[in-house]
Every structure is written in structure tokens, then in C-alpha cells.
Write a protein that binds this ligand. Structure first.
Ligand SMILES: CC(=O)SCCNC(=O)CCNC(=O)[C@H](O)C(C)(C)COP(=O)(O)OP(=O)(O)OC[C@H]1O[C@@H](n2cnc3c(N)ncnc32)[C@H](O)[C@@H]1OP(=O)(O)O
Ligand SMILES: CC(=O)C(=O)O
Length: 523
């Protein structure tokens, strides 16, 4: 069977991750995005846990989804009651989801230590809860918690728990690596044994504590598992859950499994980023498939080869998951990096033009002095155009002065900057105050230049990073300042290096202003 059912638990297990919490409105929006991606099941939460999750199941009924089924999560009944009286089971039914998923104990150690009941009683919990739910809900999934650890400790009992679930009518039995420590080579023999014992369709739910969650999910599919649980970006308790952003393209593009449509796969990167945004987290640059660096090439040898054929250093075509190839510039570049960037910047440059080598040598020399152009592509474009003699001289700074004054011990220092700029034949002399010396300098520069170039008012400073670089000369150090600026159309990075932090900031600020003027030149 080539169709794999994707079961997303970002809204339940994903929110068990440290620092991840979504408002009900966020959960509804995420459910819609998951449905657009083509996810088959969306686990919305545990209604027996909190009012927010109850509200989710109420509100999601007002939303028309294309194909996704909504699943509510909970546990088997408590030991001292019956399913119809168990509060958790009652709230699962009251939530009226398409599917209910409950977890139960597989590992004899957990039955003794966590539930403190007999092994026989646990089998009754599993059977009763599923059989009851099966009468009240369309579809019931059974998550066999700690299945692999339980199987390793007591295979006979672990398999009995699955048989209880099958007899109660579970529609799918999910083998869970709850503690996330199982290694890929351990799964095949265990799964093959399970397949000999139960005929119910099988699923997999893995955690990433041993960094093997994705590998374990894929190997499970290779051994006949048809339902895969995971979360977007791998959010989840402790080290996270299996990352669906890696599993979906692997299943679809490498294992020939049907998961989502081609057009839907292209939305994967955007979905990943939106969910980071809603979780108020910075996206992981180095995330496989969807991260900014997933197809970013730095080494000259790699860039030269991908220009001849992208597959030399790319395991899939990035656009299939909505990503793109990027070329970075650094002291590890060769001429190919420079030529690739020239093309990106719409600059005509020939590999045989001596200026290509001059730019390359200049980059290597500057990186040796502490510059870093990877995060400062605007400074690199300016450097390239200067080398080619095609950069317009928008302005020159004749000089600046920055003063920090602290008048009383209990008063904040006051920062003031004065600058003298020359534009064409005119000289402008201005002063401005700021929140700190760099801000004062930024304000004074803009104040002077905005008279000539009003569009500079559109620039916003998004990020300012300082790194002190050891110079190997006693206490003297160099400072690298990286600035991210932007307007309503784009963002750009610039860099400055100096043994003086104000001077390093000044160079990065001036590049940011020049780049804005350059990019608006044709508008
Ligand atoms: C592997 C997983 O990810 S499972 C999901 C884990 N997620 C969560 O726990 C988040 C949501 N949880 C909650 O909101 C709360 O823990 C609740 C509402 C479910 C329970 O709260 P409380 O009743 O106060 O119990 P508490 O959280 O302290 O302890 C867990 C209880 O569940 C019982 N329990 C644990 N697993 C199971 C199970 N599979 N079947 C039945 N009962 C279970 C424990 O024995 C314990 O009950 P006891 O205190 O009566 O012995
Ligand atoms: C069910 C579940 O979340 C687990 O076993 O990890």
C-alpha cells in the first residue's frame, strides 16, 4: 500500500514543548494550514486537560476543512471507574471529534510504577476504554505508549496490550517510542513480530531524544506502517517529536509514498515558517528541507559544481518544498561564488575579467580582517559595484563626532552626534541626539541625508549585532558590527569592522544607507 496517512500532533504533543503555547485562534489557523498542506488527521488537543482545548474542538466545527479529520486525544480510563463515568473519556466524546486517540500502557514497568495496578487490570483499561469509545465515535486510534521499551522489557505482555486494543475494535494501533531512545536498527524485527500478532493497521509515533525520530519513522514505513504521527518543525516534549517537515518530503520524494499533492508539498517551507512565527520562535536556519541554509552553498568547489548541475550538491530540488538555492560569499569562495552573486545582483561579470579575481582576493583579505559577508550581502554588492566602478557616489561623509555625557551619577548618559556630509557640491552639517551613541550617529546621518534623499525615511533598523574579535594584540580587539535594515519591500544586511565600535557601526550604517539609495535608483 503506497498511501500513508499523516497524523499531525503539533497542536497537542507540539505544545508539550518548552516555550510553545498557542491561543485558540492560532490553533484554528494552524489547523487550516495543515489541512491546506494535505494532512489527513489533525490532533487538536486533549479536551480533558484544559478549557482552551475544549474551545478548540467547539470552534473548529465552524471551519470547513478540505480533507483533514479532527482528532481529540486522551488516555484510557482511570483504574477505579468505568468508561461512561470517567471524566476524561466523557470529555473526549463530548468534544465530538471525527476521531479519538487514546494512549495506554504497554510497558509492565509503567503499569506497576506509574499506574500502580496489576498487568491484568491494565489490559481491562485498554479494552473497556476503546470498546466504549468505538460505540460513540466514528474512528478510534490507540497509541501504545512506550511500545518499544515495553516490548524490549516484556515482549509477551507488550503484544497482549496490542491484542486487547485490536479486540476492542481500534481502527489503528500506533507504536510509540515515547522516551525517544530507540535506535533505527532495533525497529524492523520488533515491527515484523507485531505484524504477526495483530492485523489492525499500524502507525508510528516517535520522539527525538536519540536524534532518531525521523529515521525511526521512515524505517517503520519501510516495514509496512501506514500511519505516521509527527509535528511541524519537530516541536514536542523534551527534544521534540518526529519532524513532519522532513518526513513528508522523504516519504513522497524518496520512498514513492503518496502523502500530499505536488502543489501542497511546495507550501511546506511557508507552513514551517508560519508555525515558528505563531510560536514566537526564530526558525532553525539549518533545518533539513525547509531551513534557510538547507540549500545554501558556501564552499567554492560546491558552488562551481551546482552551477554545472544542481544535483551535484543538492539531494532534492529545493523548489519542490518551496525552498531555493542560495550562494554564500566568504573566504571559502572561489570565482564561481562571485559570478553567481553577480548574476543574482544583475551585474555583468565575466569569469575571465581580472576584476573577478580582484573581488575574490578582496573578500578573502577582508574576511581575514574580521569582515563576514554571509549575513551582509548588501555590503558585498556595494563592494562589487565599487570594484567595477559602477557605484554612484550618492554622498560622502566628511567627518563625524560622537559625545556621551553623564552629568550626574544617578542620571542616564546623553548621547549626541554631529556629522558633516557632502552631496554633489553641497555640504550639510547636522546634529542629533539618540538612545546611545550608535543611535545618535544613525539619527544625525539620516537627518543630514534625508534633505537630499527623502526615501531614507523609510529605512528601519531591524537588528544590530556586535561581535568582539580577538586581535591577538594584548588587550586590543577588533569589533564587527552586523546590521539588518529594511523598508516595506525588503531587508538587507551590512557589515563594518574597526578597532572602534562606533567606527565599525558607522561603516555598517553608511553601507545600509547607500544600499537603500542603490536599490531605489531604478524606481
Ligand atoms: C506520552 C504522552 O505524551 S501522554 C500525554 C501527556 N500530556 C499531558 O499530560 C498534558 C495534559 N495533562 C493534563 O492536563 C493533566 O495531567 C490531566 C488533566 C490529564 C490529569 O491531571 P490530574 O488528574 O491532576 O493527574 P496528574 O497529571 O497529576 O497525574 C496523571 C494521572 O493520570 C494517570 N494516568 C497516566 N497514564 C494513564 C493512562 N494511560 N490511563 C489512565 N490513567 C493514566 C496517572 O496514574 C495519574 O493518575 P492518579 O494521580 O490518579 O494516579
Ligand atoms: C502518545 C504519545 O504522545 C507518546 O507515547 O509519546
Amino acid at each position: 500500500m503506497n498511501q500513508i496517512k499523516l497524523y499531525d500532533t503539533t497542536l497537542r504533543d507540539g505544545t508539550q514543548a518548552e516555550e510553545v503555547s498557542f491561543l485558540v485562534a492560532d490553533k484554528i489557523r494552524i489547523a487550516q494550514l495543515l489541512d491546506d498542506l494535505g494532512i489527513h488527521y489533525i490532533e487538536g488537543g486533549w479536551p480533558g486537560s484544559n478549557p482552551k482545548d475544549i474551545a478548540f474542538f467547539k470552534d473548529i466545527k465552524k471551519v470547513t476543512l478540505k480533507q483533514a479529520k479532527i482528532a481529540a486525544f486522551g488516555s484510557t480510563r482511570r483504574a477505579n471507574t468505568t468508561p461512561d463515568k470517567d471524566n476524561n473519556i466523557r470529555t473526549l466524546v463530548q468534544a465530538e471529534p471525527d476521531t479519538v486517540t487514546i494512549f495506554g500502557k504497554t510497558w509492565d514497568f509503567h503499569v506497576h510504577e506509574a499506574l500502580r495496578i496489576s498487568l491484568e487490570e491494565n489490559l481491562e483499561l485498554i479494552y473497556d476504554s476503546l470498546a466504549y469509545l468505538k460505540q460513540h465515535v466514528g474512528e478510534v486510534v490507540y497509541d501504545a505508549e512506550h511500545f518499544f521499551d515495553g516490548y524490549k522489557a516484556n515482549p509477551e505482555y507488550a503484544l497482549k496490550t496490542l491484542q486487547a486494543a485490536q479486540q476492542a475494535g481500534a481502527d489503528c494501533i500506533v507504536l510509540c517510542d515515547t522516551n525517544g531512545g530507540t535506535l533505527p536498527h532495533e525497529l524492523p524485527a520488533i515491527i515484523e513480530q507485531v505484524k504477526q500478532t495483530v492485523a489492525t493497521p499500524l502507525g508510528i509515533h516517535t520522539h527525538n531524544d536519540g536524534e532518531c525520530a525521523v529515521a525511526n519513522s521512515l524505517i517503520a514505513v519501510a516495514h509496512g506502517i501506514v500511519h505516521v504521527q509527527g509535528t511541524i518543525n519537530g516541536f514536542g516534549e523534551r527534544c521534540g517529536n518526529a519532524n513532519l517537515c522532513s518526513i513528508i518530503p522523504a516519504l513522497q520524494l524518496k520512498m514513492g509514498k503518496n502523502c500530499v499533492g505536488e502543489g501542497q508539498l511546495k507550501s511546506l517551507r511557508q507552513l514551517s515558517r508560519t508555525i515558528y512565527e505563531l510560536a514566537n520562535m526564530v526558525p532553525n536556519k539549518h533545518q533539513a528541507y525547509v531551513g534557510n541554509s538547507a540549500f545554501a552553498h558556501k564552499g567554492g568547489v560546491h558552488v562551481s559544481a551546482i552551477q554545472r548541475h544542481p544535483e551535484t550538491y543538492e539531494h532534492i530540488r529545493p523548489e519542490l518544498v518551496g525552498n531555493c538555492t542560495r550562494v554564500l560569499v566568504s573566504d571559502l569562495s572561489g570565482r564561481s561564488n562571485i559570478l553567481a552573486k553577480a548574476e543574482e545582483f544583475n551585474i555583468n561579470l565575466d569569469s575571465k575579467d581580472p576584476v573577478t579575481l580582484e573581488i575574490l582576493e578582496n573578500i578573502k583579505d577582508l574576511e581575514n580582517k574580521g569582515f563576514q559577508f554571509e549575513g551582509a550581502e548588501a555590503s558585498f554588492e556595494l563592494l562589487m559595484r565599487r570594484a567595477l566602478g559602477t557605484l554612484r557616489n550618492y554622498f560622502s561623509v566628511i567627518g563625524f563626532r560622537v559625545i556621551d555625557t553623564k552629568r550626574h551619577e544617578d542620571e542616564k548618559p546623553v548621547s549626541e552626534a554631529t556629522v558633516q556630509v557632502k552631496v554633489g557640491g553641497r555640504i550639510e552639517h547636522t546634529a542629533a541626539e539618540g538612545n546611545g551613541p550608535v543611535n545618535a550617529l544613525d539619527n544625525a546621518l539620516r537627518k543630514a541625508l534625508e534633505n537630499f534623499y527623502p526615501r531614507l525615511k523609510e529605512i528601519r533598523l531591524y537588528d544590530y549585532k556586535v561581535r568582539v574579535l580577538p586581535a591577538g594584540k594584548g588587550t586590543a580587539s577588533f569589533t564587527r558590527v552586523l546590521i539588518e535594515s529594511g523598508d516595506k519591500e525588503s531587508r538587507w544586511g551590512t557589515v563594518g569592522v574597526s578597532d572602534n565600535i562606533i567606527d565599525a557601526s558607522y561603516h555598517a550604517l553608511v553601507d545600509a544607507l547607500q544600499y537603500k539609495l542603490l536599490k531605489d535608483q531604478d524606481n
